[in-house]
Design a protein around this ligand. Structure first.
Ligand code: GDP
Length: 828
């Protein structure tokens, strides 16, 4: 304490010689001692001039020799005290001088104001006089030249100009006046600051405001203030002239955004809300009704917009008929299982090889284009089964123009044939009947034709209007005729599109590809999709990084009816999702985000509806339907959807399966979390759980079941649903190995150099090859080696060599899953 006292005294002396506020610069430099000084100041303050130091005031500072710092003599102390007193008196004098100065300035201001007012008055008077004179002149002129019809305008014009001139400076006057009053206002706080300086703690900004530098600053800030006032005055006059704004109001809006849209100050909006009893901050979101109230309060107009309006940026323009050019039809092949759908698709593709396509064509994506002998292009979709066809339709993507209904001539119309007919009818898509396997001895195409009659399909051969073609996928017989029939049907449909507009298309298949990220096979329906285009697709968005055609070749663009694989998505869309090219990334992101939240809301609402339904069921009858909830993750969208459809069909009056969630890709912790919350098992179809998901599942007791065959899955779920689960064969994972390196060994093939990361590897066990948690291959081991020796098992942490039976495509980084089958009690 005494130390600080000493220091302070020194400080005062140091800053003493400087003019202006001694204490400020001192305190500014040494904050610690400020408080103590304040106390002292209070004692000193009441003194009128304080010219002579008094013992009373000197004592608390440093008079007490005990409290004095060592090394300071009495003489020194006295000298310091004197200096201090001198400084104080100077300060008081200065304060008085300042006051006088201020008064003088105020008087000067007053004088100036009076002057300006006088000038204003004068101008006004002059203006009025001029006006009167002009009017008089005009009247006189009019009177004099009434007969001549002389226009009085020339006389009035100078008057108007004068008036304008007079108005000019008049407009600036209020601004200047305001500045003056502001200055006067400023004088007050300055005085306050002075009081504060004397009375208490000093902030850095207060300290800076005083002193010489402070005066300079205040000149500059005065100018700024003048400028601001002028601008404000002008702005206000603009505001007054302005007609009310129309404010676009979404369903929810943050306070600051609302202020922004109204061009009002945020603080004013917050205040208005507070006046309405709402305590909000600017970042808070308020609802549409409240916002509307506020907008009206500010005198603006409200235009309510729905969130869905973000989608409006998607171009909905109708194409000019003259821009429309014929496009290839999109053909889907449907029919009963084993009637030869795949064979026909393959045969058509192969036929194209014969038609001059160099090299063999390996199917690359779920659709391809061929050309008929007559030169028309046809696009075949080969992914959608019936389920996919409907689910795509339910998402609003009507992708198919023509359905080829395949019926085997050696069989007849079967349940799935009828299903296909119904789907095609529901979608109002024309049909062509392909009577397949005509090469077979037992083929009876006419039976097929008559069978079809029962389902209101009258083929041409029966004098109907549905084309029918006899084909053989095996021999290729009738295939050119089938293609021509399709081309003819297409001509009748007059399918057209405008290639010269932003693309719109439909996803026919989407997956998460190892290395390439999410990829979607898109069928362009209108416009042209180009590399670099920004798009939204369902709940996802992206920028076309690359396009690959049905032959796997990179292309720069894809026009109407052309299927392409699109790279550059930020997530995996779903089959049937519509792709739209938009102008900016921001728009794409906004739309995708809106759709995601809307979908979430919908799911939540759907969940609630089921609960409600259940409750009502319960209320109605005392027995309720038991639900078996499951989560499904699959390698591709098609499988996921097929599983969901199959699951929905399972069930009776007592039990039904409810798919809580399904998706594409590895099973993640989120999936496990959702499953745990609902007491559901997670079904992985050709996918695996990632490490953290596996761990969480173990901890929380969530069952994860893996399948590679849909029928097995359906059977298991069926059994579980009907409570008929019995002990059956189940897989047990006994180990995981990570492939570190791949060696080529002659006669053996590719051998994986692995590290057993978990459990044990067994020579006799089953193995699966996982790439990014997706099953690539399932089979058995050809060898299991520790160094040079063939071994029966390898424990965790050791390295070994593994080679698959009949499988070579192994890569470093892949994971080998080792499993055994055992009999267990099932609990699904
Ligand atoms: P999908 O289930 O409808 O796709 O039928 P597939 O194309 O897999 O064919 C089922 C079976 O029928 C396969 O064994 C084919 O070899 C056979 N098949 C398909 N088309 C013909 C055909 O035109 N003639 C004969 N003889 N067999 C065919």
């Amino acid at each position: 304490m005494s130390d600080s006292d000493g220091k302070k005294t020194l400080g005062v002396r140091g800053s003493g010689p400087r003019s202006g506020s001694v204490k400020q610069s001192f305190s500014h430099g040494r904050t610690k001692s400020v408080v103590v000084e304040t106390k002292r100041k209070r004692v000193v303050m009441p003194k009128p001039t304080g010219a002579k130091p008094e013992g009373g005031s000197a004592a608390p500072v440093g008079g007490d020799p005990k409290k004095r710092p060592a090394g300071i003599t009495d003489a020194e102390l006295e000298r310091r005290m004197k200096a201090l007193q001198a400084a104080k008196s100077r300060e008081v004098e200065e304060a008085a001088a300042r006051e006088a100065e201020e008064k003088a300035r105020a008087a000067e201001r007053e004088r100036r104001r009076a002057e300006i007012e006088a000038k204003e008055r004068e101008e006004k008077e002059r203006e009025e006089a001029l006006k009167a004179k002009a009017e008089e002149d005009a009247r006189r002129l009019a009177d004099e030249q009434a007969a001549k019809n002389a226009p009085p305008a020339p006389a009035a014009d100078p008057a108007a100009a004068q008036a304008k001139e007079a108005r000019g400076p008049a407009r600036t006057t209020p601004a200047r006046k305001e500045t003056d009053t502001r200055e006067a206002d400023r004088a007050k706080p300055k005085g306050d600051t002075g009081d504060k300086r004397r009375s208490g703690k000093l902030t850095v900004s207060q300290a800076l405001r005083g002193g010489e530098g402070g005066r300079q600053r205040s000149m500059a800030s005065m100018k700024r203030q003048q400028e601001r006032a002028r601008r404000k005055a002008m702005g206000e006059s603009q505001d007054r002239e302005k007609v009310t704004r129309t404010v676009q109001l979404p369903e929810a809006i943050t306070v600051s955004e609302l202020a922004n849209r109204m061009s009002e100050r945020v603080a004013a909006v917050v205040k208005a809300l507070m006046n309405n009893g709402m305590m909000v901050t600017q970042t808070q979101t308020i609802d549409q009704d409240t916002a509307e109230l506020i907008i009206e309060e500010f005198g603006h107009k409200v235009q309510r917009v729905s969130d869905a309006d973000v989608e409006q940026v998607i171009e909905q323009v109708q194409d000019d008929p003259k821009d429309l050019k014929p496009r290839a039809p999109i053909v889907t092949i449907m029919g009963h299982v084993d009637h030869g759908k795949t064979s026909i698709l393959d045969a058509i593709r192969k036929a194209r090889v014969v038609h001059g396509e160099a090299g063999g064509i390996t199917q690359h994506i779920g659709a391809y284009q061929v050309e008929t002998d007559g030169g028309s292009a046809l696009t075949f979709l080969d992914t959608p089964g019936h389920a996919a066809f409907t689910s795509m339709r339910s998402r609003g993507a009507q992708v198919t123009d023509i359905v080829v209904l395949v019926v085997a001539a050696d069989d007849a119309v079967m349940p799935q044939t009828i299903e296909a007919i119904n789907h095609a009818k529901a979608a109002k898509v024309p049909m062509i009947v392909a009577i397949n396997k005509i090469d077979k001895y037992e083929a009876n195409p006419d039976k097929v034709r008559t069978d079809l009659l029962q389902h209101e399909i009258i083929v041409e051969k029966m004098s109907g209007d549905v084309q029918d073609v006899e084909v053989s996928a095996t021999t290729g017989q009738g295939l050119p005729e089938l293609l021509e029939a399709i081309a003819l049907q297409s001509e009748l449909l007059e399918l057209k599109a405008n290639a010269d507009r932003p693309a719109q298309g439909a996803v026919i298949e989407a997956k998460l590809d190892v290395g390439r990220g999410p990829v979607a096979t898109v069928l362009v329906q209108n416009g042209t999709l180009r590399q670099g285009d920004i798009f939204v697709v369902g709940e996802q968005w992206g920028k076309v990084r690359a396009l690959e055609n049905d032959k796997g070749a990179r292309v720069k663009e894809a026009g109407p009816s052309v299927p392409v694989e699109v790279l550059g998505l930020n997530g995996t869309p779903e089959a049937g999702d519509v792709l739209n090219v938009v102008a900016t990334e921001a728009q794409a992101r906004e739309i995708a985000e809106y759709r995601q939240s809307a979908a979430k809301d919908k799911r939540a609402a759907a969940g609630a509806a089921v609960t409600l339904e259940q409750m009502m069921d319960k209320a109605k009858a005392d027995e309720s339907v038991a639900e078996l909830p499951i989560l499904v993750k699959a390698d591709v969208q098609g499988s996921a959807e097929a599983i969901v459809q199959a699951m929905e069909k399972i069930g009776n009056e007592e039990v039904r399966v409810r798919v809580l969630h399904y998706g594409v890709g590895a099973i993640t912790e989120t999936d496990v979390g959702l499953a745990e919350a609902s007491g559901a098992p997670v079904i992985g179809f050709n996918v695996r759980a990632n490490a953290s998901a596996r761990q969480t599942a173990n901890q929380k007791g969530v069952e994860i079941r893996y399948y590679s065959v849909i029928y097995d899955l359906v059977d298991d779920v069926k059994a579980a649903a009907s409570g008929l689960l019995s002990a059956e064969v189940r897989e047990n994972f006994i180990g995981y190995a990570e492939i570190k390196e791949v060696f080529k060994v002659s006669k053996v093939g590719n051998v994986a150099g692995c590290l057993i990361t978990e459990g044990t590897a067994k020579r006799s066990a089953g193995v699966r090859l996982l790439r990014e948690n997706v099953v690539i291959h399932e089979g058995t081991l050809k060898t299991l080696k520790r160094f040079k020796d063939e071994v029966a098992s390898v424990p965790s942490g050791q390295e070994c060599g593994m080679a698959f039976e009949n499988y070579e495509d192994i890569r470093a980084g892949d994971v080998i899953e080792i499993f055994e089958r055992e009999e267990v009690e099932r609990t699904l």
